[in-house]
Design a protein around this ligand. Structure first.
Ligand code: SF4
Ligand code: SF4
Length: 187
């Protein structure tokens, strides 16, 4: 099953109905959501809390400075003027996905009534700090789903078929699949 992380940005006083509407416009199957993210100043916003509490997935909150450091597709200087970061929804989705092992945006920021929503999908595998950057998995992957990166390979989630070959080749057991080898992916 695809595992999704939803980022929310909102104004004060946003209604729960507006949050539900934005959420349903971005995610077809709400059972795929495993976490939410937002800025820490909206941690107790009643409309957000109502929806997130009813869903049941945990909420990850981040300070404005941490959100502002995330490279997002739709940064806004206007938003930074209000809350101190150029992005809330996209950046919170990416940070929460990072904290759960890594992911990439599949639904960029969408605006609703006093609310924005963005969605990230978790990557199909996790590469831990045990990686020594030997490059073996990059050479092995039949889908070219792994790319060189400074500390450990970067995963191109859309290419990975969860075949498990990189897991087998890794000399330090740094790679873990989220799903059984060969499981089909829906994103
Ligand atoms: S699981 Fe298979 S397709 Fe995915 S990164 Fe590893 S080798 Fe490549
Ligand atoms: S094979 Fe393992 S140790 Fe080598 S680069 Fe890939 S993840 Fe890192």
């Amino acid at each position: 099953m695809t595992e999704l992380v939803v980022g929310f940005g909102s104004s004060r006083g946003v209604r729960a109905a507006a949050v539900w509407s934005a959420l349903r416009s971005a995610v077809a199957d709400l059972s795929e959501i495993i976490a939410f993210g937002t800025i820490d100043r909206r941690r107790d916003e009643p409309g957000l809390r109502s929806v997130i509490g009813a869903h049941g997935a945990p909420l990850h909150c981040y300070p404005a400075a941490e959100l502002d450091a995330v490279d997002v597709p739709h940064p806004s200087d206007d938003v930074r003027g209000y809350v101190g970061t150029r992005s809330v929804a996209e950046a919170a989705a990416l940070l929460a996905a990072r904290d759960l092992g890594g992911g990439s945006l599949i639904v960029p920021k969408r605006r609703g009534e006093q609310v924005t929503v963005a969605v990230a999908a978790l990557t199909p595998l996790v590469i831990s700090s045990a990686c020594t950057a030997c490059g073996g998995c990059l050479r092995t992957c039949p889908q070219h789903a792994l790319r060189p990166a400074p500390q450990r390979p970067m995963i191109v989630a859309a290419r990975c078929t969860s075949c498990g070959e990189c897991v087998e080749i890794c000399p330090t057991d740094a790679i873990t699949l989220r799903t059984e080898p060969g499981s089909p992916r829906t994103t």
